[in-house]
Design a protein around this ligand. Structure first.
Ligand SMILES: Nc1ncnc2c1ncn2[C@@H]1O[C@H](COP(=O)(O)OP(=O)(O)OP(=O)(O)O)[C@@H](O)[C@H]1O
Length: 348
């Protein structure tokens, strides 16, 4: 009998999200901010995929385009068997319960004039025909699940701490039994002392409810704790997508290497890698480089890197990298792949 690999719960192919730039009195379309420029990945049911990268690299835009909070410019986003990018408005509304988002700033995402019970039951009002009693029962169940005391059901968001407000946001996201949750920097706005509690709660809920997460964060230590695999983004594209331990112990892409060199190694038996300081600034996503998006700062770039964009491809079992240093990608420029690369400078 052949082993059958289950289809991923989330399959993203060639996702692009461009924001048009209009200038002048006539508001002429003069270009686009290429916030996400051809991103592909899959997430298995029950898995957590971490999405990391410097501020502005497109992490949040990927999360929002995935749930069609933005209209993607191009690409397919199949969630639980349906291409979200192609659904008509009513079909998309019916699909919404399956996929939810936990936002960075619980303060900003909760209506200050609504009680906790109203906030958590809002999706139930929209998507079910349950009566008030049944909705309140569900609110209590959800409050239990996220560790909020039922006595607080009639209080307002400002009466809670940041951590408790994030629990309210999580309860609301869970109200309709979603399968997939995009967690967009869910702990970034919280005190360090309570960040771990919220992450532990997300992990417990994942185990109990079989949830699948896209966990967006710039906190590499937290991603190392929670993610099964990690995608490293740079300027709208994925540079490397690898299993968590493989990535943290031996990053392959030069950008991933530089990014992770700043993380403190918790295991003292592992030799500390030298810190890699990258020169220059991240180019504007409105004018990305012609070649590899990282080519202008890459200490290992060679001629081909400045001429064409490498595609993300498997270079070791389970590890995908978009870099001409690995894998013989057939180029269109005729520039042969370099065997040696420039490795001067930037390492300190
Ligand atoms: N609505 C928008 N209109 C125009 N440009 C946008 C819009 N949203 C995001 N951008 C641009 O797209 C790029 C990616 O932004 P995004 O917020 O996705 O990055 P990020 O990696 O999540 O950053 P951060 O960690 O700071 O949230 C940035 O250059 C940003 O300025």
């Amino acid at each position: 009998m052949r082993d059958t690999v289950p289809a991923p719960l989330v399959q993203v192919d060639g996702l692009k999200m461009y924001f048009p730039i209009y200038t002048g009195i006539l508001r002429r379309h003069t270009g686009d901010v290429k916030a996400v420029d051809g991103v592909s990945f899959a997430i298995q049911a029950g898995e957590t995929l971490g999405l990391v990268g410097e501020s502005g690299c497109g992490k949040s835009t990927v999360g929002r385009a995935l749930l069609r909070l933005y209209e993607p410019t191009a690409g397919a986003v199949v969630i639980d068997g349906e291409d979200i990018a192609k659904l008509a408005p009513e079909a998309l509304r019916r699909k919404r319960p399956t996929m939810q988002m936990v936002f960075q700033d619980p303060q900003a995402s909760l209506n200050p004039r609504m009680t906790l019970a109203d906030i958590i039951s809002e999706p139930l009002v929209e998507h079910t025909d349950w009566n008030a009693d049944r909705r309140l029962q569900r609110v209590y169940e959800l409050m239990d699940a996220v560790g909020l005391n039922r006595r607080f059901a009639n209080r307002f968001p400002h009466e809670f701490s940041g951590g408790q407000r994030q629990r309210i946001g999580i309860a609301r996201a869970l109200a309709l039994n979603p399968k997939f949750i995009v967690c967009d920097e869910p702990i970034a706005a919280l005190d360090v002392s309570i960040q771990a509690q919220v992450v532990n709660l997300l992990e417990d809920l994942q185990e109990k409810l079989g949830l699948t997460y896209l966990f967006i964060s710039h906190d590499l230590s937290m991603v190392r704790h929670i993610a099964d695999r990690v995608a490293v983004m740079y300027l709208g594209r994925i540079a490397e997508l690898s299993p968590r331990d493989a990535l943290f112990s031996r990053p392959l892409h030069p950008y991933a290497e530089a990014l992770l060199s700043a993380v403190n190694e918790p295991d003292p038996s592992l030799a500390r890698r030298p810190r890699i300081i990258l020169k220059g600034d991240v180019p504007s996503p409105a004018r990305p480089p012609k070649g590899c998006n990282f080519s202008t700062r890459c200490p290992k770039a060679f001629a081909r890197c400045h001429a064409e964009k490498p595609e993300l491809q498997e270079v070791e079992p389970g590890r995908q990298v978009a870099c001409f240093l690995y894998a013989p990608q057939t180029g269109s420029t005729g520039i042969p792949e370099a065997k040696e690369h420039n490795q001067q400078g930037e390492y300190q």
